[in-house]
Design a protein around this ligand. Structure first.
Ligand code: HEC
Ligand code: HEC
Length: 299
C-alpha cells in the first residue's frame, strides 16, 4: 500500500513539475531552412497527429496505420523523408506551404482527404511529422529547395492561344519528351508518323506494343507507382480551380521519389506550358461518354 502511494505521489510530483508525459518533446529543434520550432508546437502537433492522421500514417509515421490496409496509393511513409508534391524540383526539400496546400485540398483520387484544420494546426502537425525523418529535416545546415512558384507564373499562351498550345503540346508530348515511355500515347500511327517527320525528321512505320499502355514504375516509396492516364485518372496535386497552374508546376517540379522527372531545365518554359495545356485538354474525356470514342481510335 505504502509503495503504491509512494509511486502515485511520485508520478503526481513528476507531472506537476515537468508538466508533460515521458515521451513529449522537452526541447525545440531547428528544422531545415533554419527556423526554430519550440517544444510546445511539436507537442501540439503530436496531439493533432494522434487525433487525425495516425490511423493511416501510423504511430511511427511509417504509413502502417490501422486504417492503411489495402489503400492504393498507400499513406506516405514519413520516415523516408520523401515528399511527392513539393513546390521545388523533386528531390529537394519542399517549403511548408506546399504541404498546407495538400492538407487543405487533399490529394485527389487518394485516401488523403481535404482537412479542415486551422493554419496553426497545420503548422504544428507538419513540424511534428518532420521529426519522423530527423536525418532529412532536423539541423540548421539543411537547406530547402528553390521555390518554383515564388514569382507569379507567366503563361505565354493564355486562353486566346489555348488551341495552339494544345497542338504544340501534343507534339512535344509524343516526339520530343516521349511522355508515353511511362504514360500512354494518345495519337494514331499516322499522326505519330507525321509529327515525327515534322519535328525529328524521322518516319515511324509501327508503334511499340505498349504504346497505348501505362508502364508501371518502381519508386523510392517502397511500392510501384502508376503513371496516370490523363483521360482516366485523377491528378493528385491538381486543384480544379487552379488547373493549368498546378499542372504546369507539377511538370516543372516532377513527383518526388518517383520516376516522374522535373522538366524544368530539360525543356524550354514555353514547351512546358504547351504540355500543361495538352494534359489539361486530355482531362475533358475523364468521366465523359466522349472517352470511349476518343480511345477507340487507338486500338
Ligand atoms: C484515410 C487515410 C489518411 C489519413 C487519415 C491521413 N492521410 Fe495523409 N496521406 C494518405 C495517403 C493515401 C497519402 C498518399 C497519397 C499519394 O501518394 O498520392 C497521404 C499523403 C500525405 C502527405 C504527403 C504529401 C506529399 O506530397 O508527399 C502528407 C504530408 C500527409 N499525407 C499528411 C497528413 C496529415 C497531416 C494528416 C492528418 C491531419 C493525414 N495525412 C491524414 C492518407 C491519409
Ligand atoms: C520515366 C517515367 C515518366 C515519364 C517519362 C513521364 N512521367 Fe509523368 N508520371 C510518372 C509517374 C510514375 C507518375 C505518378 C507519380 C505518383 O503519383 O506516384 C507521373 C505523374 C504525372 C502527372 C500527375 C501529377 C499529379 O499531380 O498527380 C502528370 C501531370 C505527368 N506525370 C505528366 C507527364 C508529362 C506531360 C510527361 C512528359 C513531358 C511525363 N509525365 C513523363 C512517370 C513518368
Amino acid at each position: 500500500m505504502k509503495l503504491v502511494l509512494n509511486f502515485s505521489l511520485c508520478l503526481f510530483l513528476v507531472t506537476l513539475f515537468v508538466g508533460c508525459e515521458p515521451n513529449d518533446f522537452r526541447e525545440g529543434v531547428v528544422m531545415a531552412g533554419g527556423h526554430y520550432v519550440p517544444a510546445k508546437t511539436l507537442n501540439k502537433g503530436k496531439q493533432i497527429y494522434a487525433e487525425y492522421c495516425m490511423a493511416c500514417h501510423g504511430v511511427k509515421g511509417d504509413g502502417n496505420g490501422v486504417a492503411s490496409k489495402g489503400l492504393q496509393p498507400p499513406p506516405r511513409n514519413f520516415t523516408l523523408g520523401i515528399i511527392k508534391f513539393g513546390d521545388v524540383v523533386s528531390g529537394e526539400l519542399p517549403h511548408d506551404e506546399s504541404i498546407y496546400k495538400a492538407l487543405k485540398h487533399g490529394l485527389n483520387g487518394s485516401a488523403m482527404l481535404p482537412w479542415d484544420l486551422k493554419r496553426e494546426q497545420m503548422q504544428a502537425v507538419w513540424q511534428y511529422i518532420k521529426t519522423f525523418a530527423p536525418k532529412t529535416w532536423i539541423g540548421k545546415d539543411k537547406k530547402l529547395g528553390e521555390k518554383l512558384n515564388e514569382q507569379p507564373f507567366k503563361d505565354p499562351f493564355t486562353l486566346a492561344g489555348k488551341a495552339q498550345a494544345i497542338e504544340i503540346g501534343k507534339k512535344i508530348y509524343h516526339v520530343e519528351a516521349n511522355c508515353q515511355t511511362c504514360h500512354r500515347g494518345y495519337v494514331t500511327l499516322a499522326e505519330y508518323d507525321s509529327m515525327s517527320r515534322e519535328l525529328a525528321d524521322e518516319s515511324i512505320d509501327e508503334l511499340d506494343d505498349d504504346f497505348y499502355k501505362l508502364k508501371i514504375q518502381e519508386s523510392d516509396h517502397g511500392y510501384s507507382s502508376i503513371p496516370p492516364d490523363f483521360t482516366w485518372h485523377e491528378l493528385r496535386s491538381v486543384r480544379a480551380d487552379h488547373e493549368i497552374e498546378d499542372i504546369y508546376l507539377r511538370l516543372l517540379a516532377g513527383v518526388g521519389g518517383t520516376s516522374m522527372p522535373a522538366w524544368q531545365g530539360t525543356l524550354e518554359d514555353q514547351k512546358i506550358w504547351a504540355l500543361a495545356y495538352y494534359v489539361q485538354s486530355l482531362r475533358q474525356y475523364k468521366n465523359s461518354p466522349k472517352r470511349k470514342e476518343f480511345v477507340s481510335r487507338f486500338k
